[in-house]
Design a binder for this molecule. Structure first.
Ligand SMILES: Cc1cc2nc3c(=O)[nH]c(=O)nc-3n(C[C@H](O)[C@H](O)[C@H](O)COP(=O)(O)OP(=O)(O)OC[C@H]3O[C@@H](n4cnc5c(N)ncnc54)[C@H](O)[C@@H]3O)c2cc1C
Length: 384
């Protein structure tokens, strides 16, 4: 990927913001199991960082997707995974379909304030009974006059305790599972929406995750994104950006974990020498660095294809799979070299070990990625 002066400027601006306004408060937000999304998004919006690839007509910057990838990568400098994930939900998971397929009025009412940082968005796909198998979701929206009336539940929803609106995937008819769904923008203050519970997790502590119930929730039909029945297809397209974002976001977090581990191991002495001087340690870190650079190359290649307008279903899946694998392997190996310190809660390797574990599960589990790649290779057996 060719980086321009604008890419470098983006990196610098965001890195400065992270160093000055996010990292000093990360420990406080991790302990509170919540970060102030409106405050942080307001600042990011003012810096023009929430709509890099979104249309200028709605306050975006209209840049190509390589800028989103640079932003996701730079967010890897945040000293936890939860805050970057919440930002990624806003920029690359809950808003791509609205930006691409939403009506002008819908984009003015919901996309423009999300880009400005005045509204927090969330994405509602997963349910208590369906996660990997997106086609099997049960939440429905039936038509009544000019409205949809929504019933069901959405599970694991990032940002949902603070969100102003949800990009909701629902069944809008009884037809075939890939053609009966729609994406609808649902304001979270609408009567009938309730938070079942805030979910306690092993990582991503600063990010709020909720179980949300919809009990006869009424929204106008004009809140539907694009065509009725196209929701599954729109969501699969939206997943491409989510997966590229997830891969890019892993890179710097992994590289920093390796660098911090090397630094610690260099200082720490055992058996009369530094821990780092044991060949098993420095060779392992060298090997992991090589893996991270391979992930970077794969992610950049996938991004180049995406920017060129090609279908990146397979590339994005491979990049996300590799990121998920490395987010398990790298912090596990690094944690070991910190000894007892690695087993403490606020250690950087242990935080990445917990936060990074999510990458192999959310946004399509590793096995779902493997299924997609195998299908693209023409080697996935037909369903019986
Ligand atoms: C912290 C967190 C934040 C999240 N944020 C959001 C959000 O904002 N919005 C949202 O919609 N969802 C969100 N999710 C949900 C996430 O996308 C799902 O958890 C994920 O898609 C897996 O679905 P599931 O949990 O129902 O697992 P299941 O579908 O029950 O799958 C369980 C396991 O089975 C295995 N498996 C599944 N399919 C196959 C297969 N075909 N072959 C082999 N093995 C398979 C995998 O190992 C998988 O992990 C979040 C989840 C978490 C934990």
């Amino acid at each position: 990927m060719q980086f321009t002066h604008e890419h470098e400027e983006l990196r610098r601006t965001l890195k400065r913001f992270i160093d000055e306004e996010i990292n000093p408060r990360v420990d406080e937000w991790e302990a509170a199991e919540m970060f102030p999304a409106h405050e942080v998004f307001g600042r990011l919006g003012a810096l023009g960082l929430l709509g890099l690839t979104k249309p200028e007509a709605y306050g975006g910057v209209g840049l190509d997707y390589s800028y989103s990838v640079v932003m996701a990568e730079t967010l890897g400098h945040v000293r936890c995974g939860g805050v970057p994930m919440a930002i990624g939900v806003q920029t690359d998971m809950a808003t791509p379909a609205l930006a691409r397929f939403g009506s002008d009025a819908l984009r003015r009412d919901f996309l423009a304030p999300a880009i400005a940082g005045d509204m927090v968005a969330c994405i509602g796909v997963s349910e208590p009974g369906a996660g990997s198998d997106v086609a099997a979701i049960r939440t429905t929206a039936r038509k009544d006059g000019g409205d949809y009336v929504i019933s069901g539940s959405k599970m694991w929803i990032t940002n949902s305790l603070q969100a102003d609106w949800m990009c909701l995937l629902v069944n809008t008819s009884d037809g075939p599972a890939h053609r009966n769904k729609s994406l609808i923008v649902v304001p979270m203050k609408t009567p009938g929406i309730s938070v079942g519970r805030k979910i306690r997790k092993i990582g991503m502590m600063a990010s709020d995750t909720g179980l949300i119930h919809f009990d006869d929730v009424r929204v106008p039909q004009r809140y539907r994104i694009g065509e009725e029945g196209q929701g599954f297809t729109y969501q699969m397209l939206q997943f491409q950006e989510e997966r590229l974002w997830a891969a890019a976001n892993a890179i710097e977090a992994l590289a920093n974990c390796i660098a911090q581990t090397a630094e610690y191991a260099r200082e720490r002495q055992a058996f009369g020498q530094s821990i780092l001087d044991n060949q098993v340690v420095h060779f392992r870190l060298a090997e992991l660095k090589t893996e991270v650079e391979a992930l970077r190359a794969l992610t950049y290649l996938a991004t180049e294809h995406y920017v060129a307008g090609r279908d990146v279903t397979e590339w994005a899946s491979m990049a996300k799979l590799k990121a998920g694998r490395l987010l398990r392997e790298v912090p596990d190996a690094c944690l070991q070299f910190w000894g007892g310190m690695g087993y403490t809660w606020d250690n950087p390797a242990s935080r990445l070990y917990r936060d990074g574990r999510l990458a192999s599960i959310a946004g399509g589990a590793d096995e779902v990625m493997l299924g997609i790649i195998a299908k693209q290779m023409g080697i996935l057996p037909a369903r019986r």
